[in-house]
Design a protein around this ligand. Structure first.
Ligand SMILES: [Zn+2]
Length: 179
């Protein structure tokens, strides 16, 4: 039986929401323990990130890739297992099929890794992207209060009947207490 945690990146594992992933991106101190704990609990770690700044011309795909590979190499060197990464470089106006909260990447991963939905989670700080993504794919969800999480808690709460988080956690490591 395979199960996965679909991690949002910015605002969830490190950096600020809606910021650029640059070479000086810093993981939160809880991120590596959280990713290791997920592996210990039998989850595949999969990162799903919207990077519309690429389509908006705020950073080149080459610069993004360089920063992302640097991060993945660093995680690898720390003994962290990352099974998959999915990045949407588009902006809303592109009408692509892969931008969160659309289910495209997750459906792909579910097929590729034969994942069980009822045992898998989306963990992120954005209600509109991450919690709705979990709802659209039939996964569990955990809203973290880092990044724009507190804002999601305040602002999106009116819409929660549409996509209520399964749990709310202080940060990415606290989230592992619920899985
Ligand atoms: Zn896309």
């Amino acid at each position: 039986m395979n199960k996965a945690i679909f991690w949002d990146l910015l605002g969830t594992l490190g950096g600020a929401s809606r910021s650029l992933l640059t070479e000086d991106f810093q993981l939160f101190k809880q991120a590596i323990p959280a990713l290791r704990a997920a592996t210990q609990k039998g989850y595949l770690n999969i990162i799903v990130s919207n990077q519309s700044q690429i389509a908006h011309g705020l950073m080149s795909l080459e610069d993004f890739n360089a920063a992302f590979f640097k991060l993945l190499n660093f995680l690898h060197a720390q003994g962290v297992m990352i099974t998959g990464v999915y990045v949407c470089p588009h902006r809303t106006e592109d009408n692509c099929i892969c931008k969160k909260p659309q289910p495209y990447f997750i459906e792909q991963a579910i097929n590729t890794y034969q994942l069980k939905r009822q045992f898998s989670y989306v963990i992120g700080d954005s209600w509109a992207n991450d919690m709705v993504l979990a709802k659209n794919t039939g996964l569990n969800s955990i809203l973290v209060l880092t990044g724009e999480g507190v804002n999601s808690l305040m602002v999106a709460r009116e819409n929660w009947q549409d996509a209520q988080p399964t749990h709310i956690a202080k940060d990415c490591l606290d989230a592992l207490a619920y899985v």
